[in-house]
Structures are given as C-alpha cells and as structure tokens.
Design a protein around this ligand. Structure first.
Ligand SMILES: CC(C)(COP(=O)(O)OP(=O)(O)OC[C@H]1O[C@@H](n2cnc3c(N)ncnc32)[C@H](O)[C@@H]1OP(=O)(O)O)[C@@H](O)C(=O)NCCC(=O)NCCS
Length: 280
C-alpha cells in the first residue's frame, strides 16, 4: 500500500512539474509568436510573418490512465499572423465601458507613438498626448466610443483599435484637450463629429481603421445625422480622403509644451441619409 501511495505521490509530483513545464513552454512560445511586427513602411502593406502563423500552444501533456506522455503542438491561425484583412467577420466592435479606459490609454499612446512617427516630431507627440490626442471619456459615458476586439489564441479578446463619434460640439482632443464644448448637436442642422480613431500599430493597414470609421458613420447616421466632420491628424488624412471626406481647413493646435500640432478639418456628406452605408 505504502509503495502505491508513494508512486501516486511521485506521479502527482511529476504531473505538477509537467504542467509547469507546459505552461512555461506555452508562455515562451506565445511571447515569441506574438511579438511585435516590424513597422511597415508608409504606403505599403506590411508583409506576412510566417513564423507567427501557426503554433500557439505546444508542450507536453500527461495522462494517468493509461500512463502516458504526449508531446503536442496545436495550431491556431491568428489574423495578424498572416496579414489577413480585419473585417466584421473577425473583429468585434462594442461600446467602450469605464473598465476599458486604462487599456485604451495604453493603446492610444502606442498608436500615436508608432503610427504618427513619420508625420509629427517626438516633441509634437509628447506635447499632444493627453491634450490634442487621447481619450475623451465623455464619449465613453455617452456610449458613442467603441473598442475593436480580436480573439486571441487563448480565447481572450484583445483590444486592437478604438474610435467613436459624438453628438457634442468638441471637434477633437482628450479630456485635457483645448476648446471643449459639451453642448449637444442638432442632427438637422449640425454635423456629427468623428472622433479619435486609433489602431494598434501591429494591426495597421489591415482595414481596421476603415471598419471602425464605418461603424461610427453608421451609428451617427442612425442618430439622424447627415453630415460628418472631424479634426484629422495628418496620419488620418489618407484614410479619410479615401472614404469620401474633404479637407476644409488647416488647424494649428498650440500645445502645452510650446509646440504646435497641425491637423486638418475634414467633412463628409452622407449620400443617402438613413440608409446603410455601402460596404468597403
Ligand atoms: C489612421 C489610422 C486609424 C488608419 O488605420 P488603419 O487600420 O491602418 O487603416 P486601414 O487599414 O483601414 O487603411 C485603409 C486605406 O487607407 C489608406 N491609409 C491608411 N493609413 C495610411 C497611411 N499611413 N499612409 C497612406 N495611406 C494610408 C490606404 O489607402 C489604406 O489602404 P491600403 O492599406 O490597402 O493601402 C491609423 O494609422 C492610426 O491609428 N494612426 C494613429 C492615430 C491617428 O492618427 N488616428 C487618426 C485620428 S483622427
């Protein structure tokens, strides 16, 4: 009996060690597989990264009956791994909630620092973060700010983008931004604002910005707005032009550190108010 007890104890110990080993192997592999893509050059779609394409879980599993040790390697195809387009089929858009706010701050900062690096100087970016660029939590409270989530290998969603629209007068900026005007707009006479679309740099140029923009336009249209406007960063201009926005006015935003951030006021008329926007 004692020897059975001892072997059971040994088996349990071994199982524990194997489990730890499995967890470590999985963690290391996942870290390697999920690590950041090299930044894409402006104007070109990032190439695929085949090493990220398949293996997400790998390790050893231990079974008691019959005793056995299995080395396994399970594959999961991640959209970012092969530069797959991000569409409504693999991305979930939902209204942002207060609990998302810390993650949104992180995402926005990352997006600004990496994706705007060729449009603004480091000093402009430093001065603009938390001022002209950042999260406006009023939109979260209003239910007009959205997060874009992608399922990861372990099933937990990762926020890969965000953006919103607003029926308030503020044109751009974070909670600490300039010219905040919280009055409500009238859909009959005013243009709804498209606000703060930010994409995680690892997921840029896969259609995510387009997807978020379309979602915001549809939400504004269903609230009765027929005109849209925004204060676009220089980085956002090519996307918005492509989606029918026209450049109206250059705006130079003075920043708290003495720098100036050039942005562009852009507008768009919704062609057929109330109807669904055409697919992209
Ligand atoms: C602007 C931004 C939201 C675009 O997001 P995205 O997911 O990369 O955009 P999409 O993949 O939907 O782009 C669709 C098309 O827009 C154009 N486009 C988008 N970004 C572009 C860029 N940096 N340079 C040139 N064209 C660009 C391209 O025609 C692109 O199609 P393609 O990739 O097949 O060439 C993203 O770059 C971002 O988050 N930037 C930092 C934050 C920011 O400045 N946001 C704008 C706030 S107003």
């Amino acid at each position: 009996m004692a020897s059975v007890g001892h072997s059971e104890f040994r088996a349990a110990q071994l199982k524990k060690r194997l489990k730890r080993f499995y967890q470590t192997v999985t963690k290391i592999l996942r870290r390697y597989l999920m690590r950041s893509s090299p930044p894409s050059s402006r104007g070109s779609r990032p190439s695929g990264h085949p090493r990220e394409a398949i293996v997400v879980h790998a390790g050893l599993s231990f079974s008691e009956r019959p005793h056995g040790l299995t080395v396994f390697c399970r594959g999961t195809l991640l959209p970012r791994a092969i530069g797959m387009p991000l569409t409504a089929a693999n991305v979930r858009l939902r209204p942002a909630i207060a609990a998302d706010i810390p993650e949104l701050h992180r995402l926005i900062e990352l997006s600004v620092r990496r994706l705007q690096a060729s449009d603004y100087t480091p000093a402009q970016i430093e001065g603009a973060l938390g001022h002209a660029l950042g999260l406006d939590t009023q939109l979260v409270a209003d239910g007009t700010y959205f997060v874009a989530e992608l399922a990861t290998a372990d099933g937990s969603p990762q926020i890969v983008g965000c953006g919103g629209w607003s029926n308030r007068r503020t044109l751009f900026g974070s909670d600490g931004g300039p010219n905040r005007q919280s009055e409500l707009l009238d859909p009959k006479t005013d243009a709804a604002k498209i606000r703060a679309i930010f994409v995680h740099p690892d997921f840029a140029r896969r259609g995510l910005g387009t997807l978020i923009l379309k979602h915001c336009e549809e939400a504004a249209a269903s609230a009765g707005f027929t005109r849209l406007e925004m204060g676009s960063t220089l980085t956002g201009v090519p996307l918005y032009k492509l989606k029918g926005y026209e450049e109206r006015e250059a705006i130079n935003i003075p920043l708290p550190n003495g720098e100036v951030l050039p942005v562009v006021k852009m507008t768009k008329e919704l062609a057929d108010p109330g109807s669904k926007l055409p697919p992209d």
